[in-house]
Design a protein around this ligand. Structure first.
Ligand code: ADP
Ligand code: MG
Length: 238
């Protein structure tokens, strides 16, 4: 686990500035949701936290270390995307074990970690199946399993539920929340769905056109929106 400190971060692609000085403090174990309309910069910010994009200004620290100074191999974060591509030719167990094998973890440790993750996610009876033999929800659980086995300092989620149907989305919301309550891993979760944000977050960060409009606990935003944008966004139906 670790804190994440986003300090006056800016990002430009060529001449186009898309993040205009964003600062967010995330304490150890917190579940923070970045929410805002499509194109406001959520994924870009998350990718910078992951070290997949360089910042063009400001700084991001995970724990004591500046993200862009940490070599990719030493980065201790795990990311779950909307298009979680599982390896089709590998079983569920091998999908989960893959990143540990890449890191040359001992076989016994890999087995123990995969088993633990499978227990947590209710995948124990599916370990020998292939992705094509799984339902959408089961696949999403395997994608989370791949993140959990690494036991990372920070989980990053980018709209992980957007491809699921409405009923499954509600169920997975609860599962991800329970997972967080159990593991207490610092989490940054991106969504454009305000219901997801209101029901899951310890702290919500409302973004709009590359800036933070407001951040706070769900009820705080609901009761005291800072401006019309936040009021409209939080108050509108999904
Ligand atoms: P969100 O995830 O909130 O929908 P993004 O972070 O994907 O928003 O995008 C924010 C803005 O940055 C958009 O205007 C998008 O077109 C632009 N953008 C994102 N990635 C790139 C890129 N690699 N090159 C150029 N522009 C990009
Ligand atoms: Mg996005």
């Amino acid at each position: 686990m670790a804190s994440v400190e986003i300090r006056d971060v800016r990002k430009a692609f060529g001449a186009t500035q898309v993040i205009h000085g964003v600062s967010i403090d995330i304490v150890d174990g917190e579940f923070v949701i970045l929410v805002g309309p499509s194109g406001c910069g959520k994924s870009t910010l998350l990718r910078m936290v992951a070290g997949l994009e360089n910042v063009t200004g400001g700084e991001i620290r995970i724990g004591e270390r500046v993200v862009n100074d940490v070599p990719p191999k030493e980065r201790d974060i795990a990311m779950v995307f909307q298009n979680y591509a599982l390896y089709p030719h590998m079983t569920v167990a091998d999908n989960m074990a893959f990143s540990l094998k890449l890191r040359n973890a001992p076989k016994s440790e890999i087995e123990a970690r995969v088993k633990k993750a499978a227990d947590i996610l209710g995948l124990g009876h599916l370990l020998d199946r292939y992705p094509r033999q799984l339902s959408g929800g089961q696949r999403q659980r395997v994608a989370m399993g791949r993140a959990i086995v690494r036991d990372p300092q920070v989980f990053l989620f980018d709209e992980p539920l957007s491809n699921l149907d409405a009923k499954l989305r509600v169920q997975m919301r609860t599962e991800i929340k329970e997972l967080h309550q159990r593991l207490k891993t610092t989490t940054v979760y991106v969504t454009h769905d305000q219901i997801e944000a209101m029901t899951m977050a310890d702290k919500i960060v409302v973004m709009h056109d590359g800036i933070v409009e407001q951040m706070g606990a769900p009820l705080e935003l609901y009761d005291r929106p800072a401006n019309m944008f936040v009021a409209g966004f939080i108050g509108s139906p999904a």
